[in-house]
Structures are given as C-alpha cells and as structure tokens.
Design a protein around this ligand. Structure first.
Ligand SMILES: C[S@@+](CC[C@H](N)C(=O)[O-])C[C@H]1O[C@@H](n2cnc3c(N)ncnc32)[C@H](O)[C@@H]1O
Length: 330
C-alpha cells in the first residue's frame, strides 16, 4: 500500500500550502487561463486552468473526434512528433497508473494524450512522443457513444477527465466533459470508483484498489449468474451496448467518436456500467454541441432493454477482467 494511504482530505488540502500558509504557485492559474478555475460550456475558450496537450495522428474524422473538438474549443494544444511533454502523459504506453501523487505534476505541467485510433495503435511512434511521466489509466468504463460501456478504452476527453479527477480536480473534469452531451454520464458511471482512486496515494495503491474492485465485481457477477442463471439480464449480454442506427461503427476497435447522444434515462448502472434497473432505455439522438458537429435531428426512440442488447457476452468482460487481475498481480 502506498505511503500516506490514510491521509485525510485536510492533509491533502494542505499539501501545496507554503510555510506562510498560502496555497503554492500550482494553484494559481497560469497566465491566460481562467482565474475562476473552470471553464464551462459556452464560456470563453482558452481559459482552462491547466495545460492540456495531444499528439494528433489524424486517424479520426475531425468532426467526430473528442481531441479535435477540444482543440477547436481552444482547450488543448497540438504537439509535434519529436516533442516531449513534461506533465502527465496518459498513454497506452504508460508504465504505472495515474495516481493522486501525480497532482502536483498535473497542476504544474499539465496532462497530455495521444489522439489516434485504438485500431492503429501499433503505428504510433511512442519513442518519439510522450515524456518522463507516462501513465496508464486504472480500470474505468467508457461512456462515449463509440465505446459506451466498455472498460479501459476511453476516448481523449474521458482520459484527461479521469486523470484530473483522480488527482483531485473533479471540478476540472466536469468542466471539460460538459462540452460533450454524454460527458457527465462518464462521471456518473465511474463516480464511486474515481472516488476510490482519488483517495489513494501512489500508483501502487491505485493498482491495489483497482484489483480489489475488479475482484469484487467479478465475484458479484459470478454470484448473480449462479443465483439467477435464467434471469433475462444476463442472457442479454452487455445491455450498455445499445443497438440503434447510430451505433453502426461501434465495434471494439472503432475509434471514431460520434457526437450524437446516447443519453439513457430512468436507468441505473452497476459498477461495470451495466444497466441494473429501468424498463426502457431512451435513445436520444441529438447534438447539443455549439459547433457544426454532426446532424442535430432529434429522434427519440423508446427501446425496450431486451431489444437494445447486442450479442456481446458479459462473460468475455469477466474473463478480460480476470486476465487484467492476473496481469496486475504478476
Ligand atoms: C486511442 S485514443 C482514441 C481517441 C478517440 N478517437 C477520441 O475521439 O477521443 C484515446 C487516448 O486516450 C488515452 N487513453 C484512453 N484510455 C486509456 C487507458 N486506459 N490508459 C491510458 N491511456 C488511455 C490515450 O492517450 C489514448 O491514446
């Protein structure tokens, strides 16, 4: 377990206070960034309180890509191949996982991501990008329309928001995600787990918390399956993967984000992001973005849960989780 594991919120709050009792420089937003600390949708761009950056490999449709949207909003800057980043780089090439001890680095030097296709990750010249502080993200479930309900594969804005939330800046995570119609859903389905990670200290303690969480949900899934083998929900596969017209590109390796909303109402999720209550899912196709991204036709379909499930077997998630646990334990 990491050092200072049981430190209190008060302890954490005082972490950046200098000997004079004032908060240290890290809390003063850099020149050109908002004094208010957060930028909500519609506010002036370019005022995010922390530096955000990406290497963009142009794999995705510009209109559908979360990184490009952040760029259009003036919230993130592009970096060249060959350029390194001194803050936290959230990357599939990471070694440790993002942890609360990264807070100072994020506040001082920012957070960067690699905007590329999950399907073309092997094309990325990782040795020519990145930096000294490359990190993986711990287990979290995506809420973006392309990979909704899938663990690990977050898009760029979710990855940055997760990093900000884990290091204790949930307000920055919210402000960033507020630019996306589905953004808050990411926080809703991961809130408890993000809180668990944010209460850890170092990378090791986050991995311990992650392992415990994964074991717990695996155990719960097994029990539920044993108790009610014929229960409809389990026979349906992952009901998060709602099948509708906009979902055509949503296979596992698809990277193209869509800005159409899959807002689910009257539905509750378990820790895996699975629907655990609610008789219907309202599939709303709309675009609440301000710029010209995608069609804004507003269709509302009431789709009974049993018609929305695809054939993805929940067992494959469980087996993936088991493999990840084994990998982490190794
Ligand atoms: C592969 S790109 C896909 C971007 C997507 N096309 C979009 O519209 O945002 C997502 C990036 O987010 C970061 N990321 C997402 N999930 C991650 C994880 N589990 N661990 C580390 N980095 C992750 C990485 O920088 C990764 O390259």
């Amino acid at each position: 377990m990491g050092k200072g594991k049981n430190k209190t919120t008060e302890d954490k709050g005082s972490k950046f206070r200098g000997s004079n009792g004032h908060k240290s420089k890290q809390h003063h937003f850099r020149k050109g960034r908002s004094e208010g600390g957060v930028q909500h949708k519609g506010e002036k761009a370019n005022s995010f309180p922390v530096k955000l950056a990406m290497w963009d490999f142009d794999h995705c449709d510009p209109k559908k890509c979360s990184g490009k949207k952040l760029e259009r909003l003036g919230l993130i800057r592009n970096m060249r191949v060959g350029q390194k980043f001194s803050g936290i780089v959230v990357s599939p090439n990471g070694k440790g996982v993002v942890c609360p001890d990264d807070r100072e680095l994020v506040e001082t030097n920012g957070c960067a991501v690699v905007e590329c296709s999950w399907a073309r990750i092997e094309e990325i010249p990782f040795s020519r990008i990145g930096g000294k502080h490359e990190r993986l993200l711990p287990y979290l479930v995506a809420a973006n329309p392309v990979n909704y309900g899938r663990p690990w594969k977050l898009n760029c804005v979710e990855a940055i928001a997760a990093c900000l939330a884990i290091v204790g800046h949930m307000e920055w995570a919210e402000a960033l995600l507020d630019n996306f119609s589905w953004g808050r859903t990411f926080l809703d389905i991961n809130r408890e787990l993000l809180g668990v990670y944010a209460s850890c200290t170092d990378s090791e303690s986050v991995q311990v918390a992650q392992k415990k969480w994964l074991e717990q949900i695996e155990e719960e899934a097994k029990h539920r399956k044993e108790r009610a083998p014929d229960e409809d929900l389990w026979m349906l596969g992952n009901v998060n993967r709602k099948k509708h017209a906009d979902d055509q590109e949503s296979d596992e390796d698809s990277d193209e984000d869509t800005e159409s909303t899959n807002d689910s109402e009257e539905v509750q999720y378990d820790n895996l992001g699975n629907v655990i209550s609610g008789g219907k899912i309202e599939v709303e196709s709309e675009d609440s973005d301000e710029d010209d991204e995608s069609d804004t036709s507003e269709t509302e379909n009431e789709v009974p849960i049993h018609e929305t499930a695809n054939n993805r077997d929940i067992d494959s998630d469980i087996s993936k989780i088991s493999k990840n646990i084994q990998h982490l334990s190794a």
